[in-house]
Design a protein around this ligand. Structure first.
Ligand code: PLP
Length: 403
């Protein structure tokens, strides 16, 4: 047996492993240093009471033969799918059919697996910097060539930086798939309907597909779309991945969903149009047996009036931290981006991003994430997250200001 050779092509040290290594080494040498972590990309507040109540009620149902549930529908229970359609789409003027929503255990699972629907030679484009999952999943599948000098030689990078105002241009060359994530991880920036339009037009003109990751849509406060389907024509070319992880603290609970309108198609070997919805159904039927019943009940409770109020409160807590990071860094003379519609603030570093990481760790005892770990255009930038407590976040900023 030979193993998949593409694993050996992946760059050696994963970003967060390298951060953990440096932090561990520093902490061992400086045991009294009170480190504040503004590097983590996951929520810290507990689940909403309405969510846990629904989970408990559903767990109790599993005790009685009349209400026990075994295998559920492959693509999710109707009660959850209908709540998603009503709250996340109909309420925004977007019509999504029942069989266009697929409930899953995570947007990471879905955004990494969706590439199984593409041909082996499909050309892939990503915004740069980028959430690494889209890149690595295609690299493992063997579509990206080799990693040379910090870049995959068969991947199209769409730079997002201060120079273009973090508004990427659509690919200048033919590609088959474009991954977009808005509000963006890591930059925390967003795109308006007008700024998304060229991507939809590109995809329609070139027969490409957009994979739109809306994992952070709950953080939107500005007038920007919550869904790619708010852009005219997107139903023909876009798949949308959403998650309860950041919306409602489900990082450990696990529930998400992907929307694939019937109009989204690709060509088969004979040049005939095939619905991606049908292929994803086939894939899910083979590789997935659904999210557990109590968790789907918990997810549906996110849409209840109490759930909306409680989850909204947590999101506002993180956004308050983000605003504090933005304001204090700006006052300290840094140029910052994001943090208005996202739990991430992206700042320009006065030195290379790993050097800035080391300085911050050594002199402020604050841990962040070097931008270069998210792609070549991340060099010269740094990510701070809003997921720590307000008090720790404020303390971290006082220390950064004192530098
Ligand atoms: N998409 C983006 C852009 C993310 O940043 C993350 C998590 O950090 C995910 C997806 C993962 O979501 P989930 O917890 O639903 O797998």
């Amino acid at each position: 047996m030979h193993v998949n050779p593409n694993f050996a092509r992946l760059p050696g040290s994963y970003l967060f492993a390298e951060i953990a290594r440096r932090v561990k080494e520093y902490a061992a040498k400086n045991p009294n240093a009170d480190l504040i972590k503004l590097g983590i990309g996951y929520v810290t507040l507990p689940l909403a009471p309405a969510v846990v109540a629904a989970m408990k009620t559903a767990a109790d149902e599993m005790l009685a033969p009349e209400t026990f549930r075994g295998y559920g529908p492959d693509y999710g229970y109707d009660f959850l799918i209908d709540a998603i359609r009503a709250h996340d789409y109909q309420a925004r003027g977007v019509s999504i059919a029942q069989d266009e929503v697929f409930v899953s255990d995570g947007a990471k699972s879905d955004t990494s697996a969706i590439q199984e629907l593409f041909s082996q030679d499909a050309r892939i484009a990503v915004t740069d910097p980028v959430y690494p999952v889209y890149v690595d999943s295609n690299a493992i599948a063997g579509r990206l060539g080799d990693f040379v000098g910090g870049r995959w030689n068969r991947l199209v990078y769409l730079p997002c930086n201060a120079e273009n105002g973090f508004v990427p241009a659509p690919p200048a060359e033919p590609v088959d798939v474009i991954y977009l994530c808005y509000p963006n991880n890591p930059t925390g920036t967003t795109l308006t309907v007008e700024q998304l339009k060229p991507f939809v037009e590109y995809a329609r003109k070139n027969g490409a597909v957009i994979i739109y990751d809306a994992a952070y849509k709950a953080f939107i406060t500005s007038d920007v779309p919550h869904s790619i389907y708010e852009v005219e024509g997107a139903r023909e070319v876009a798949v949308e991945c959403c998650s309860f992880s950041k919306t409602a603290g489900f990082t450990g609970t696990r529930c998400a969903y992907t929307v694939i309108p019937h109009e989204v198609t690709g060509l088969d070997a004979q040049g005939r149009r095939v619905e991606l919805n049908a292929l994803w159904k086939r894939r899910m039927g083979t590789k997935f047996n659904g999210v557990s019943y109590p968790i789907q009940r918990a997810a549906a409770a996110v849409f209840s009036p109490e759930g909306q109020a409680q989850c909204g409160e947590a999101v506002r807590y993180y956004l308050r931290n983000a605003r504090l990071i933005r304001d204090e860094l700006t006052a300290a003379g840094y140029t910052v981006f994001g943090g208005v519609d996202a739990p991430y603030v992206w700042l320009k570093t006065p030195v290379e991003s790993w050097a800035f990481f080391d300085t911050l760790l050594d002199r402020a005892h604050v841990v962040g994430t070097p931008g270069t770990g998210f792609g070549p255009s991340g060099e010269g930038y740094f990510r701070l997250t809003a997921f720590n407590t307000y008090e720790k976040t404020a303390e971290a900023l006082t220390r950064i200001q004192a530098l």
